[in-house]
Design a protein around this ligand. Structure first.
Ligand code: CMC
Length: 429
């Protein structure tokens, strides 16, 4: 750390250290700013604020680079599988063969949820959005697994982490089955993570379900692409919730709630709805014009990103996965795909989108892919939550294990009323 940054305020100078990461922008360490000068910083939306130090994920938004523990997302998606990525995020290194087998064994043996959870599910209205069910049921895990909620015990932290990764597909599949009125399907430990999830979603008791390896591979890749994305809104929510010492299941439930919004995980659902609303190529100019109109709140869903000012590297892999799935299912002529490709082409050549550096993000092609896999739009964000759970839990663990960790407590610029005296109701005008 060097004492390189100086702030001149009301004629007085204060010095601050500058910290260097392994890659990415330096940070000015302003932790002592208030103590030294009596002022806060103001950065709504945290566009210039590093809220923590992390070794998990790195994004270079200008270059369109995403690394997990140093490994490019393209290589992980091409050569790895989701559980290997989970191991990498949680432990910091790719597993050896023995570690890999051991991890898969541990995750696989935790896939069932407490049988009483099924009763919890039936308390929800049949027409409940599956994300509402997820927020409730993930939070409810802390009522079932008391033996892994002591956050000061490293063993319990790891047990909770494995439980979350293992049980989240079961809960997601249960949310889906409940949503469509079919019986819950129990996990099968002889299947891979993605195969088991497809089985729990699409098998029914009255006939055998045959897993398509191309679709299982695509599902696995979709999980990899969503596994972590450094300090996004839901991850920051998990960290903030965890900073108070809340148990990991409660923290992940907070993350699920934050992810639900259309500016974050809800964008894949919104992107597919938008493509359906556009309907045909000839209506694209009308929607492009609306996206550019300052007086119209409409935005091109699946476009733009707070960090990526270049093509989202996940979007490229998702586009390829989308083609693979549609080819396999004989849906190459899907009119939504046609609209999506044309929309992408037009937007990438339009001055407005070029100037604002708005490129397709991961959600642009994921909706079409998930629809082709057989999921209704209401399940899209649930699938995102399933995949992101490992990222949330890895970030939560990193925070708890940081000796510098303190409760997160942002400050504010207060612009409300100054002190005034209470007036009885009979004297108020
Ligand atoms: N369509 C049209 N204009 C846009 C869009 C869009 N999708 N995104 C940003 N802009 C414009 C925006 O109006 C603003 O214009 P101006 O400078 O004239 O005011 C400018 O671009 C900068 O936008 P911003 O809202 O200040 O940027 P942000 O970093 O706060 O927002 C975003 C990022 C992802 C919320 C936003 O781009 C957006 O709403 N995109 C659509 C939703 C979406 O696809 N979200 C998924 C994100 S990726 C998955 C995830 O992380 O969850």
């Amino acid at each position: 750390m060097s004492d390189a940054a100086k702030l001149l305020l009301d004629g007085k100078e204060a010095g601050f250290g500058v910290r260097h990461g392994t890659i990415g922008p330096d940070v000015v360490d302003i932790a002592s700013l208030y103590k030294d000068t009596g002022v806060f910083t103001y950065d709504p939306g945290f566009t210039s604020t590093a809220a923590c130090e992390s070794k998990i994920t790195f994004i270079d938004g200008d270059e369109g680079v995403l690394l997990h523990r140093g490994y490019p997302i393209e290589q992980l998606a091409d050569k790895g599988d989701f559980l290997e990525v989970c191991y990498l995020l949680l432990y910091g290194e790719l597993p050896t063969q023995q570690e890999r087998e051991d991890f898969i064994y541990r995750v696989t043996r935790h896939t069932m949820v407490h049988e009483q959870m099924t009763k919890f599910f039936t308390g929800f209205r049949r027409d409940a959005h599956p994300m509402a069910v997820m927020v409730g049921s993930v939070g409810a895990l802390s009522a079932f697994y008391h033996d892994s909620t002591d956050i000061t015990d490293p063993h319990q932290r790891m047990v909770a982490s494995i439980r979350m990764v293992a049980k989240i597909p079961t809960l997601a599949a249960m949310a889906y089955k409940y949503h469509i009125g079919q019986p819950f399907v129990y996990p099968r430990n002889d299947l891979s993570y993605a195969e088991n999830f497809l089985h729990m979603c699409f098998a029914v008791p009255c006939e055998p379900y045959k897993i398509n390896p191309v679709l299982a591979k695509a599902m696995d890749r979709i999980f990899i692409l969503h596994a972590d994305h450094e300090q996004n809104a839901s991850t920051s929510t998990v960290r903030l919730a965890g900073s108070s010492g809340a148990n990991p299941f409660a923290c992940i439930a907070a993350g699920v709630a934050c992810l639900w919004g259309p500016a974050h995980g809800g964008a894949n659902e919104a992107a597919l709805n938008m493509l359906s609303e556009i309907g045909s190529k000839d209506r694209i100019p009308e929607f492009i014009a609306r996206a550019k109109d300052k007086n119209d709140p409409f935005r091109l869903m699946g476009f733009g990103h707070r960090v990526y000012k270049n093509y989202d590297p996940r979007a490229k892999i998702m586009q390829q996965t989308c083609h693979e799935v549609l080819d396999e299912l004989g849906l190459k002529d899907d009119p939504l795909l046609e609209v999506a490709m044309e929309l992408e082409h037009i937007a990438l050549h339009d001055e407005y989108f070029i100037e604002k550096k708005l490129y397709p993000n991961v959600d642009f092609y994921s909706g079409i892919t998930l629809k082709a896999l057989g999921f209704p739009t209401t399940m899209f964000t649930v699938l995102f939550a399933l995949a992101r759970t490992v990222g949330w839990i890895a970030q939560w663990k990193e925070m708890i294990e940081d000796p510098q960790q303190r409760i997160g407590r942002p400050r504010q610029l207060y612009t409300g009323a100054t002190r005034r005296d209470y007036v009885g109701v009979d004297q108020r005008s």
